[in-house]
Design a binder for this molecule. Structure first.
Ligand code: Q46
Ligand code: ZN
Ligand code: ZN
Length: 308
């Protein structure tokens, strides 16, 4: 197959877009498309400061690379979770994030969870959940808390994450299976700022995972290949596998699923939830972040249970 633009041998074929491109044109296409999505969804401008949450994986590092190439003011944030039993996942992924930033002379903020809060995420989870289950619930609350805190402390207007279309379609599928109206209303390329929460954006939400992986590979970005060891057996991976089977039979199905959802949401399908969405937010007396709780926010309660 030949490149649509120059007739050289194609490096990637994207049947869902009826498009094949050579390496050079693919490495131009991804930033062009990213810029188009940034503008289409009013994500941010070149005057705003962006904090990119990087995990050391292909999506977040590729996103940071693309924003850097496009001339945006983007710094990185790496949260070391202390998931180091066996394969040293956290140490490995931090090394990839640091190497990436050093190669490009970019600013990477590192928050070491254990150093800051006294326990690694798995240890905190063991204590607060009495050893049951995985640390993902504790991890999720903690990452959201730290990302918002770091963005506020650093004066960033926007927090960008590397979620791709496969991630978004799997989340959408899970939310749809249970018709979770509020979650559906909040899911999208942009979650506006409000009540102490900075704007959150997902500039890669329309790229398939194989497209971000191809970008990282062709750009020579080194990233951590292994997933977090606690990801195995998750619902999200199960949904991704189901959707991959659908996509294999019907190329473009995931993209249609996600884009049709955005259109439906835009035209008010979940609008009934808007009024219920205006929940009273309080300020956590410990960290100053917004919370629906009276008193300490969920994160500070979690940490407080360990510190007593
Ligand atoms: S939540 Fe769970 Fe992830 Fe945290 S413990 Fe690992 S798998 S990193 S996205
Ligand atoms: Zn070409
Ligand atoms: Zn708090």
């Amino acid at each position: 197959m030949k490149c649509r633009k120059c007739a050289l041998k194609a490096a990637i074929h994207m049947p869902e877009h009826h498009l094949a491109l050579c390496k050079e044109h693919y490495l131009d296409w991804i930033p062009e498309q990213t810029e188009r999505f940034i503008n289409k969804y009013d994500m941010f401008t070149r005057k705003e400061r962006i904090l990119v949450a990087v995990s050391g994986g292909k999506d977040s590092l590729s996103l940071w690379d693309v924003l850097w190439r496009l001339g945006y003011q983007a710094d990185g944030l790496y949260i070391s979770l202390g998931i180091d039993a066996g394969m040293h996942y956290s140490r490995q992924s931090q090394a990839f994030a640091e190497r990436f930033a050093a190669q490009r002379n970019l600013n990477l903020i590192v928050v070491d969870f254990k150093e800051t809060f006294g326990e690694s995420i798995p240890d905190l989870s063991l204590r607060t959940h009495r050893g049951k289950g995985k640390p993902c619930a504790v991890c999720g609350i903690s990452k959201r808390h730290i990302m918002n805190q770091a963005a506020r402390d650093g004066g960033y207007q926007v927090l960008a994450t590397g979620h791709n279309l496969d991630d978004e379609a799997a989340t959408l599928f899970g939310n749809t299976l249970q018709w979770m109206g509020e979650q559906l209303l909040r899911q999208g390329p942009v979650l506006e700022a409000g009540s102490g929460l900075v704007r959150k954006v997902k500039p890669f939400c329309r790229f398939y995972e194989r497209e971000t992986a191809a970008y990282a590979l062709l750009r020579g970005i080194d990233y951590v290949y292994d997933e977090c060891p606690f990801a195995a057996g998750s619902k999200s991976i199960y949904y991704k596998n189901l959707l991959n089977r659908l996509e294999a039979d019907r190329p473009g199905a995931k993209l249609t699923f996600y884009l049709s959802f955005l259109e439906a949401r835009e035209s008010g399908l979940f609008a009934a939830h808007t009024s219920r969405e205006t929940v009273q937010l309080n300020t956590c007396p410990n960290c100053g972040q917004p919370t629906t709780n009276e008193g300490l926010c969920a994160f500070c309660r979690q940490v407080a249970r360990v510190q007593v």
